[in-house]
Structure formats: C-alpha cells, structure tokens
Write a protein that binds this ligand. Structure first.
Ligand SMILES: N[C@H](CCC[C@H](N)C(=O)O)C(=O)O
Length: 328
C-alpha cells in the first residue's frame, strides 16, 4: 500500500503526519504502533520523534492521535498539535479549528508570526492536573509541588503535573543543566521503576531573564528532543507557581530547537496554557509499505519545502544567540 505523508516540526520536535480524513487508509492499533517505530527510526529513510495520525472526528474539525518513536501512544503533544493545526488549517481553509485529542477537544488557531515568515499557531494545552494519580506518580501525597524525591536526587526540587500527559519539572542552575543528572534521572523513571509506572517526560528549566526561560526535555518514548511542547507549557506554569513568572503574561520559552511563547491562564482554580509557535513543513513524501513488514518501506518520492526550512533556520539562529548571551 502507498502512504502519502508530510514531515513537519514544532520548534524542531519533528513528526510525520499521516492523513486518514478521507477514509482511504486506516490502521489497527498494532499497525499504528509498528508504523511509528518503523518510520520514526533515525536509521530509516525518514526518521522523526513521533507520528501524528490526523483522523475524522464527529465532535471536532479533526482528530489527532500521537505515537512516540518507541510505538507508545501519548494523550497529548503540544508541538504536534501545532503541526496538526497547520495541516488542518491548510486543508480545511480555516484559521480557527477544534481538534479532538484523547482527553479533550482543543482550540487551535493561526496567529501572528512569532518570527519573520514563520507560519505560527496558538494551541490550547489542557486539561491540567497536579494530582499525582493523573500522571500516575506513586506517592502517598496528593500533589508534588517543589518537593524533593529522594529516590531521584538529594538536592533538586520537583513538580509533577499532567497536561494531560505526564511531566516532572525541576528549575535548575546552568551547571546542573549541562551535567548528566537529567539523563540519569530520566533514564531511571522511564525504565522499570515504582514511582512512574507509565514513565514521564522529564524537564529541566533555567531562567534566562525575567519572562524568558530555557527548557530541555527528555521525552518519554523518545529521549532528548529539540523541544517538547507540553513540557514547555508545563514548565511555564511551574515558573509561575515559583514566582519567576506571572499568569496572563507572555513567557518566551527557548529550547534546543528554537523558541515558542506560552501564556498561563487560571480561571476558577483551573489552569490552561496557550502554546504559541511554528508549525513548519519540512517535506512531503510518498512511501510504499507492506503492512506485514513496515520496516522495509520504499521511498516513492519526496519534495522538500526549501523556503520554509531556510526561514525557520533564522529563528533557530536567533534563539541560539539569545540563549548563549543569557545562559549564566
Ligand atoms: N513524549 C510525550 C508525547 C509527545 C509530547 C511532545 N512531543 C510535545 O510536543 O508535547 C509523552 O509520551 O507524553
């Protein structure tokens, strides 16, 4: 069978979009997982952090399902939702849409460019929960906000939250950010362990200056990525809880893949985060696959979006410069 796909990225966190909206192709659960592992492998002809299946929806304009590179499905993907917002906005010729995700129907919209020539989208990140059961995190406490987890570190303070996928966030000094501590902790909590039975995305956050943070994430099911949208959103919220930033004010979030903006909203005791950033196409391709053996797929054709890619490189250069100037 032949599959047409679009390779896209949100802040360098890259995904393969497969469109099932016409109903001409669809996959069972095993196939979705196997396809993700086969096409996302960095040793394959493609390579990506995950797959985004764009599907019909009875309650929204489209539905997004996200599978990590290891074949596991996640309940949410912030950078991926901006890519789906771009794709669905182009396809349906609408600038405002609702996208059905596993736990919520989320508002997305095309918005003012975050940088010259960059297609930019604002997406809703919610629901947000601090209840450790919603990650899950096996602790006797109801929430974990700026506390130690002695099994992981004697010094670091952690906050656990679900947006709704699970995140463990720590605000750190630059020397800790540059050490192997994050990799060691993330490897532990994403292997067999009693704390996080389903694993967790682990983010280290460093304040660059007021209203400007740097976030690096070791993603569950992937490893270190250039950026993680739900993690940058969760981290922005944590910096508000810790008094570094304020709700209802734009926070610039820098990462290894570029820069996005977040705005944390709190209403009636509930949080919601706006994630604003690029939805950039890298290439369009057609592959020929044998459902009995997804690993050995053939590349039929590939068309690169040169202009988009080169424009995005300018944003990435600006972000890199800003970080190197402000990373104390
Ligand atoms: N690895 C995540 C899913 C992808 C999230 C990330 N790519 C984002 O942009 O939010 C998880 O298993 O919860």
């Amino acid at each position: 069978m032949n599959i047409e796909l679009v390779k896209c990225h949100g802040s360098g966190n890259d995904f393969i979009i497969i469109d099932e909206m016409e109903g001409d192709i669809s996959f069972n659960e095993d196939e979705r997982s196997s396809l993700a592992m086969a096409l996302c492998s960095r040793t394959s002809l493609l390579g990506a952090d995950g797959i985004l299946f764009v599907m019909p929806s009875e309650q929204s304009h489209a539905r997004m399902r996200v599978f990590n590179a290891d074949g596991s499905e996640a309940s949410m993907c912030g950078n991926g939702l901006r890519c789906v917002a771009r794709y669905a906005s182009d396809k349906l010729r609408k600038s405002k849409l609702i996208i059905e995700t596993m736990k919520a129907n989320l508002a997305v919209e095309k918005t003012e460019e975050i940088f010259d020539g960059i297609p930019t989208f604002k997406v809703e990140i919610s629901p947000v929960s601090f209840n450790v059961k919603d990650l899950p995190l096996n602790l006797s406490w109801e929430t974990l906000k700026n506390e130690r987890i002695v099994e992981l570190s004697d010094t670091l303070l952690f906050t656990a939250l679900a947006v709704p996928n699970p995140h463990l966030v720590s605000i750190v000094e630059s020397d800790v950010l540059k050490s192997s501590v994050q990799k060691d902790i993330a490897t532990l909590v994403n292997g067999p362990n009693d704390l996080f039975p389903d694993g967790v995305n682990v983010s280290f956050v460093h304040e660059l200056k007021k209203g400007h943070i740097f976030v690096r994430t070791f993603e569950r099911g992937v490893g270190f990525t250039n950026a993680c949208g739900t993690a940058m959103s969760a981290s922005s919220l944590v910096t508000c809880l810790n008094g570094l930033n304020e709700t209802e004010k734009e926070i610039s979030v820098y990462n290894d893949g570029g820069m996005v903006k977040c705005m944390v909203h709190q209403q009636n005791g509930r949080y919601q985060i706006d994630l604003i950033g690029n939805g950039t196409y890298e290439y369009r391709a057609e592959i020929e696959v044998n459902p009995a053996d997804f690993q050995n797929f053939k590349l039929v054709n590939k068309e690169i979006f040169e202009e988009e890619t080169s424009k995005y490189a300018k944003l990435q250069e600006y972000a890199k410069q800003f970080v190197s100037e402000h990373m104390k």
